[in-house]
Design a protein around this ligand. Structure first.
Ligand SMILES: [Zn+2]
Length: 149
């Protein structure tokens, strides 16, 4: 019973959290299809750089106190550094994934060549280069899985 209530609460909470996100997504309507984690990080980084520029401008024109300027600048640069680190991490992971995919593909090809049936003639030992039913050298019948003992 308690679990049921907790579940209902969690579901309700999830609904209220997700709903505005979905609404925001549909409102924009122009969300590019190819939004990857990397491009999203880049976009966020550009926003932070923009904020830093604005901040510099405000400080230069004395619209903001030195103390606030320092604090905000610290916040922005920390965030920028964090985004750059994250971006590098994403890069590293995708490089690793590409490497693993290549390795797996290579191994798959290797395994495939291993299971290719052997068309070596059991009678004369001729290695028939293509799948054949009879030996190209002596004409002996070759069955599937025929192997030289
Ligand atoms: Zn043969």
């Amino acid at each position: 019973m308690l679990i049921g209530i907790a579940f209902a609460l969690a579901l309700g909470l999830a609904f209220f959290v997700v709903k505005p996100l979905l609404a925001a997504g549909t409102d924009e309507g122009t969300l590019p299809v190819d939004v990857t984690l990397q491009t999203d990080l880049k976009r966020r980084r550009l926003v932070v750089y923009d904020n830093i520029q604005d901040l510099e401008f405000e400080y230069q024109s004395r619209k903001i106190a030195a103390k606030d300027y320092e604090a905000l600048r610290e916040t922005y640069t920390t965030e920028a550094a964090h985004l750059i680190t994250e971006s590098h991490e994403v890069d590293r992971q995708s490089t690793e994934e590409a490497f693993i995919e290549r390795e797996v593909a290579a191994r798959r090809v290797g395994r495939k060549s291993e299971v290719v049936p052997d068309y070596t003639c059991p009678k004369c030992g001729f290695e028939n280069p293509v799948p054949v039913k009879f030996c190209g050298e002596c004409g002996a019948k070759l069955g599937p899985g025929t192997k030289l003992q």
